[in-house]
Ligand binder design. Structure first.
Ligand code: KG4
Ligand code: ZN
Length: 333
């Protein structure tokens, strides 16, 4: 089966074509194109929704054409279209949802609606190298760490999951981005903080680890941002500030993941979202969980359409594609 995926929930315009062979658990990428307006957004220190949507409107058709060309397939060989319908920015979501409805009608292909949050986890089902490949086994714990979400989810099977906890205010990626901005770094700040942190001392500043010992599986990062801002008033050694911030965020993420895994008696853990591309985080959890932890390669951690197409293999198509509506506040239920 071959699925074309479309992702336009934030500032990326992604189109990918993936294939799943009969009897295989994993899926493979035939093409994966991402056009980002991040460099435009960087000028403003964050994503301006109208600019993002306008750029997506310009690039969606060329990106679809490029993905089809790269795959070497004809439209006839594509079996279905999968699209992100939420959560995200309404203007951006509409670009992907409306074009996918049109394509579904004119190409006569089934349309599969994908929740962006769920889609992130399916990056773990994509086989990227020819070496031995395993997909996560259910039940497994999911940790989504992106710019908008920090969620712990228990996966019982495809389509059967339970939200366990999440952030009460800022997401982990948001905390990276906001603190980066305080340091004068451009958007997105996570990768830049992470780069600076390699030259810094994570113990130089004793930043708080919010809710690390709380009984629940929730998170909170807005207080950490305030503490960071206060420390910034006393010192300007950016690399130590970056390293101390990264250590605080990573400590909380790891502690809550261990707690959730123990509480729900799961052995396998899959991580997803842009912050999973953080190398300090990934090396720490790989050391802790060895071959029981699944983390996508960095380019599949951040927003892309390959993960949306991958999810599409495990979700039922809509009976009436034209009924699909973008849902900016879609959640886990
Ligand atoms: O998943 P994603 O691409 O978009 C959302 O759905 O939100 O995640 C973007 C987030 C941004 O906050 C960005 O700063 C963060 O992921 N990020 C990182 C790294 N790479 C991306 N955070 C820390 N370290 C990184 N290496
Ligand atoms: Zn995302």
């Amino acid at each position: 089966m071959i699925i074309l995926g479309i992702e336009t929930s934030c500032d990326e315009t992604g189109v990918a074509i993936l294939k799943k062979e009969k009897g295989q658990d994993g899926v493979t990428i035939l093409s994966n194109v991402v056009a980002s307006s991040a460099s435009l957004q960087a000028k403003y220190g964050g994503v301006i929704p109208e600019y993002a949507a306008r750029e997506q409107l310009k690039s969606i058709i060329p990106v679809i054409k490029e993905a089809i060309n790269d795959s070497g397939l004809t439209i006839n060989e594509i079996d279905a279209i999968a699209v992100t319908y939420g959560p995200g920015l309404i203007g951006s979501l509409l670009v992907g949802v409306e074009i996918s409805k049109v394509l579904s009608m004119i190409w006569k292909k089934p349309l599969i609606p994908v929740n962006h949050l769920l889609g992130h986890f399916y990056a773990n089902f994509i086989q990227v190298s020819s070496s031995k490949f395993q997909v996560p086994k259910f039940p497994c714990l999911g940790l989504l760490i992106s710019g908008g979400h920090t969620d712990l989810v228990l996966f019982k099977n495809h389509g059967r999951y339970q939200y366990l906890g999440g952030t009460r205010d800022d997401a982990a990626g948001e905390c990276f981005d906001k603190c980066a901005r305080l340091l004068g770094l451009s958007y997105p700040g996570g990768p830049q903080i992470s780069k600076l942190a390699t030259q810094g001392d994570p113990l130089r500043f004793n930043l708080p680890r919010p809710m690390i010992n709380s009984q629940d599986l929730d998170f909170s990062f807005s207080g950490l941002k305030t503490a960071f801002a206060n420390v910034l008033n006393t010192s300007e050694v950016k690399c130590h500030l970056a390293a101390s911030l990264e250590a605080a965020i990573v400590d909380v993420l790891v502690a809550k993941t261990i707690k959730a895994a123990k509480l729900h008696k799961v052995k396998q853990i899959m991580v997803a979202g842009g912050v999973a591309a953080n190398s300090n985080f990934s090396s720490l959890v790989r050391n802790l969980f060895h071959n029981q932890i699944f983390i996508p390669p960095p380019h599949l951690c951040t927003d892309n359409a390959a993960m949306i197409a991958a999810a599409g293999f495990f979700i039922k198509p809509l009976k009436s594609p034209l009924s699909l509506q973008a849902d900016p506040s879609l959640s886990w239920n």
